[in-house]
Ligand binder design. Structure first.
Ligand code: PBG
Ligand code: ZN
Length: 326
């Protein structure tokens, strides 16, 4: 018989030992459920490319969130889907902007029992479908900043706990932070999409928001997936500009970036388990090719193991419903 001093399998012998020795565990308090809220009333439409996820009007959203709150969902990210789009993204601004109204209603109702974050980006509001304002055939960085700043302020006034700038314009975190400071919103968090890559994994989301760019793509502002060191540049800029939380997006094909961030900053690191990642699992599970619970747990644990403290995931409702974390 072989004489082996080191037998890593000893720690894998049974569940009670494996559970003791497990290095990474999903933090239930770090999970955020995204929602899509649209103008109108009585609307609740399942997004065709995202089984189990809906685009709904505020009245319906309130019912959904009331149920989800009972399930244990305490942290959400809101995306607004307006009924009209224009060149200036005007529907993103004002008291009646769809996301602003939703934030206000939710915060009035739940107060500190619900952590409400909201997307800060123009792509759902521009007729071009781009994340910024367009001049000629260019997405105009500096012309976009004031609009993002204004959008952020409207959300902050509505009581938003946390702003998620996902637009990837240079300087937007600093611009938003300055707007917040000058207007007395010193406690509004900024969760910066610091390393947001141009990705095929956003496909289903663009269905949800009807926000695919009509012309061109987002490679002029979102990051190139060939780049790793560049993510660190984006990270330090966002930290200098006043981010509270830094995010990597997408998550699963970018675990190296999550790992880099967790070493390079002491701020909380978030990862966005995006729509395409969600739908891949859903479709495989629907065909009975994989076990949904097992695959979701593996994915979210891997994101956690890589170094994410916070995960935005469309799976959260199913996780709580199924008691998958217990
Ligand atoms: C908009 C935005 C996108 C996502 C979050 N905010 C899409 C995009 O940049 O095209 C993607 C989220 C997902 O796929 O779940 N800036
Ligand atoms: Zn956008």
């Amino acid at each position: 018989m072989a004489e082996l001093f080191n037998r890593p399998r000893r720690l894998r012998r049974n569940k009670i030992i494996r559970d003791m020795a497990a290095e990474a565990r999903i933090n239930p308090d770090g999970l955020i459920q995204p929602y899509f809220v649209c103008d109108g009333t009585g609307i609740k439409n399942e997004i065709e490319s995202m089984p189990g996820i809906y685009r709904e009007s505020l009245d319906s959203l309130l019912t959904s969130i009331a149920e989800d709150h009972k399930l244990g969902i305490r942290r959400i990210m809101l995306f607004g889907v307006p009924d009209e789009k224009d060149a200036g993204a005007s529907k993103a601004l004002g008291e009646d902007a769809v996301a602003v109204k939703a934030v206000k209603t939710l915060k009035d109702r739940y107060g500190e029992e619900l952590f409400v974050s909201a997307d800060v980006c123009l792509c759902a509001y521009t007729d071009s479908g781009h994340c910024g304002l367009v001049t000629g055939d260019k997405v105009d960085n500096d012309k976009t900043l004031p609009v993002l700043g204004e959008m952020a302020l409207w959300l902050a006034r509505a009581g938003c706990d946390c702003l998620g700038p996902s637009d990837m314009m240079d300087g937007r975190v600093g611009w938003i932070r300055e707007n917040l400071e000058h207007n007395g919103f010193v406690n509004t968090l900024i969760m910066a999409y610091s390393a947001k890559y141009a990705s095929s994994y956003y496909g289903p989301f663009r269905d949800a928001c009807d926000s695919a760019p009509g012309k061109g793509d987002r490679r002029g502002y979102q990051m190139d997936y060939r780049n790793r060191r560049e993510a660190s540049t984006e990270l330090s800029l966002d930290i200098d500009e006043g981010a509270d939380i830094v995010m990597v997006k997408p998550a699963l094909a970018y675990l190296d970036i999550i790992s880099d961030f967790s070493r390079q900053t002491d701020l909380p690191v978030a990862a966005y388990n995006v729509s395409g990642e969600y739908t891949m699992v859903k479709l495989l599970a629907r065909e009975n090719i994989v076990d949904e619970r097992m695959m979701v747990m593996e994915n979210l644990t891997a994101i956690t193991r890589a170094g994410a403290d916070i995960i935005l995931t469309y799976h959260l409702r199913d996780i709580l419903k199924g008691g998958w974390l217990e």
